[in-house]
Design a protein around this ligand. Sequence first.
Ligand code: MD3
Ligand code: FE
Length: 183
Amino acid sequence: MLAAAPPYTPRMPRTGKPFSVRMTNAGPLGWVSDARGYRYQPEHPETGAPWPSLPPTVLRAWAELAGYPHPPEACLINLYAPDARMGLHQDRDEADLAAPVVSLSLGAPALFRYGGTRRGDPTRSVRLQPGDALVLGGAARLAFHGIDRILPEADLLASEPALPSLPAGWRCNLTIRRVGRTT
Ligand code: MD3
Ligand code: FE
């Protein structure tokens, strides 16, 4: 999938400042950011190719976890080098804010920070481990959140496979989303 949709470096709207997180997507729509703004679009911003289809595992995770009677439309794939971070933000580029976001964490652990629905609200930090799944719905759907830092990767057990194509010390997060309204 990463071969068909190579990770790219998104840029901040207006300033064009590069994100430290690299991104790609799967599904009918993908989230992109560049100097023109944030948006969902059906094609890769650099190759112009349609995003690869949602893998069966992603569809199954949504079906088992989301509790939402419509299929996902987008899977944003965030790739964090050991020094990458993501500032505190809200996810509100989706027209359907009634649908939850399902997040799956892989690779290195990370320090995740979340607060309330206003930027100044107090925050808490939790460690996100590889294999963790979060379902962000209800009041949590509009909570401010971010990734403060990537933590050193635990040594893999001999029985655990390394993720192919994820360098040691990197983290990968998948967010599975509904974009359009269904009513
Ligand atoms: C809370 N990703 O892609 S996942 C993002 O680890 C994003 O890459 C982070 O924030 C990451 O927008 C955090 C956990 C998460 C995802 C979506 C949320 C938390 C959320 C949406 C609303 C509230
Ligand atoms: Fe987010």
